[in-house]
Design a protein around this ligand. Structure first.
Ligand SMILES: Nc1ncnc2c1ncn2[C@@H]1O[C@H](COP(=O)(O)OP(=O)(O)OP(=O)(O)O)[C@@H](O)[C@H]1O
Length: 229
């Protein structure tokens, strides 16, 4: 994949936060690494189309998603990317089946229905071992199970790019290491480019081939992760 981001956006009024990340990558697994409040989530939101920049351009694998000058602003639904939020953003009043179905296009979702999920979704239900959990509610799941449901929901839409915002931060240390390895395995198994936000060097080492350092809303450097021998 290639990803080019060159945008500027003032968030929160005239003396608010100035976001102006500028980066280009041809890597398939990218991490945005930086301290709290540096603009990582806002950058992801702009890529996803949830935050409209004041200026600039966003291009993914040759497809222009946003270009202020040319008047291009592809709606979030049509960007063909999946966004996994820090807290997984599962709907508490919907079962696992309904949560996964919710992400699908073309009106699969029916809160009272028990229709079988289409194969594109069942593939992920099987891959993440969720079959026995389909009628449970999020509150009845462990942290790792919740993460798998959120991933299954995200991947079922067949996205061209996966945005992962601190996907491991809600997990305790033991589970974190295990799910990190699961995510790395997923990246090996499927050919889907990922952009990962993290504070954690271990995530960068396991899940990224190229890392961009962000501070005060700007990209300050780029490197390859240091691999442990
Ligand atoms: N809606 C908003 N209105 C005003 N300021 C905002 C808004 N959203 C975010 N900010 C500010 O923009 C800055 C960057 O926020 P962002 O959420 O991108 O940080 P982050 O790098 O993802 O941090 P963390 O690692 O803590 O999640 C922060 O200072 C934040 O307070």
């Amino acid at each position: 994949m290639s990803l080019s981001v060159d945008i500027e956006c003032r968030v929160g009024g005239s003396d608010g936060f100035l976001l102006r990340p500028r980066w280009h990558t041809d890597a398939r697994r990218v991490a945005l690494f930086g301290p709290s409040g540096s603009g990582k989530s806002l950058t992801m939101q702009a890529i996803a189309g949830l935050l409209r920049p004041d200026r600039g351009r966003i291009e993914v694998s040759g497809r222009v998603l946003f270009d202020a000058e040319a008047g291009v602003d592809v709606p979030p639904r049509e960007r063909r990317l999946a966004y996994l939020f820090q807290d997984y953003a599962l709907f508490p009043h919907l079962t696992v089946r309904q949560n996964i179905g919710f992400g699908l296009r073309r009106g699969w979702f029916n809160p009272h229905g028990r229709r079988a999920l289409p194969e594109q979704a069942r593939r992920w239900v099987r891959a993440f071992g969720l079959d026995a959990l389909m009628d449970r509610y999020p509150v009845q799941l462990s942290g790792g199970q919740r993460q798998r449901v959120a991933l299954a929901r995200a991947l079922s839409t067949g996205p061209g790019l996966l945005l992962l915002d601190e996907p491991l931060s809600a997990l305790d240390a033991g589970l974190r290491a295990r799910m990190r390895e699961e995510l790395a395995q997923l990246q090996r198994d499927i050919d889907i480019p990922t952009v990962l936000i993290t504070h954690d060097q271990a995530d960068v080492q396991a899940l990224a081939d190229e890392v961009f350092h962000i501070a005060h809303g700007e990209i300050r450097g780029q490197a390859e992760p240091v691999r442990r021998a």
